[in-house]
Design a protein around this ligand. Sequence first.
Ligand code: NAD
Length: 321
Amino acid sequence: MIIVPEGVIPNLIDRTTSYNAVESVFGAMARGDAYNFPVIRENIGYADALYGFKSGFDKAGLSLGLKSGGYWPGNEAKGLTNHQSTIFLFNPDTGQLKAIVGGNYLTAVRTAAASSVSIQHLARKDSKVLGMIGAGHQSAFQMRAAVEQRDFEKIIGWNYHPEMLSRLADTAKEIGLPFEEVSLDELGAQADVIISITSSFAPILMAAQVKPGTHIACMGTDTKGKQEVESALIAKATVFTDEIAQSITIGECQHAIAEGLITQDQITEIGAVINGTHVGRSSDDEITLFDGTGVGLQDLAVATAAVELAIASGDAIEIDL
Ligand code: NAD
C-alpha cells in the first residue's frame, strides 16, 4: 500500500496532467465506462462542518475508490484550508487498499481543471476578458488554469467580501495580466468567460447582467441549497455539467429544476462534447453554462496520476499491510 502525503503533491502534479486526467474521465463518464456512486454529504452538527464521501469506478482508467472529507469554515483562522480531504484508492481486481493520497491540493487542481475543460470546449475562441466571482482559496487555482485555455487580455473580479479581492489581484499579477475590481453589472457586460466559485446560498449573478456569447462556469455550488446564479440565467443558457444526477440535486441546476424552469433532458454532460457526440456551443451569441458540481471520479483520476508520479519520483511511501 502506498501513501502520497499532502505536502509532496504540489510538486508532483501539474495543470496539464490534471487537465488531461479530468477531461479523460469526463469522456469516460459520457461513454458509460465510468460512473459515480451516490454522494454522502452531511452537516455533522459540529464545528459547522459539512462532511461526506464521493466515490466511483472508472472501468477505462481502472480507478476505484473514494474521497472522504468536507468543508470546515473555521479552518482559515487556524492557518488551515477550509476544505480537508483524503483520497483512498482500491485495487479493482481484489478490493485491497492500494493508496492513500492527500486530497486538499488535488481538490483544488481537479476543480480548476473541470472549469478549464469547460472553457476549452465551450467558450468562444475569441474570448478576451475573464470575469471572476469569488476570491477564496479555490479562486487562484481557477484563474491560473482558465488563462491557459484562451488568449485572455484582462481579468476582472467581484467578491461578496471585497477585502479578499487582493487574492485575485495578486494572482493576476503573477500571471502577468491586468486586473480590475468591478461591479457585477460591469463584470457581466465585459466578461467573455465568467467563473463563479463562492459558497453563496443566494443568486449573485442575474440573467440580465450577462451578455450574449458568454461562457459561465458555475463551480461553487456543490451542496443542496447553495446557489450562485439566478435560475432565469440557467433557463436562458445552454447548460452542460459534469454529471446530471449531481447537477439537479446538489449543483447549480437544482433551483431551476425545482422551479420547473428547465427539465433534466435540457442538461448535457460535458463528456458528450469531449467525445464529439454533442456539438457544444452552436453560435457566437449563445450563452453556455457549465454546472461543475465536482464528482468523485475527478478525485480518483488525479489521485491515480499522483500515485504514478510519486512512485516515479520516489515520493511514495510504501507500507506492507
Ligand atoms: P473559501 O471559504 O476559501 O471562499 C469562499 C468564497 O465564497 C469567498 O469568495 C467568499 O467571499 C464567498 N462567500 C462567502 N459567503 C458568501 C455569501 N454569503 N455570498 C456570496 N459569496 C460568499 O472557499 P473555497 O475553498 O474558495 O470554495 C468556494 C466554494 O467552492 C465552496 O462553496 C466550495 O464548497 C466550492 N467547491 C466546489 C468544488 C466543485 O468541484 N464544484 C470543489 C471545491 C470547492
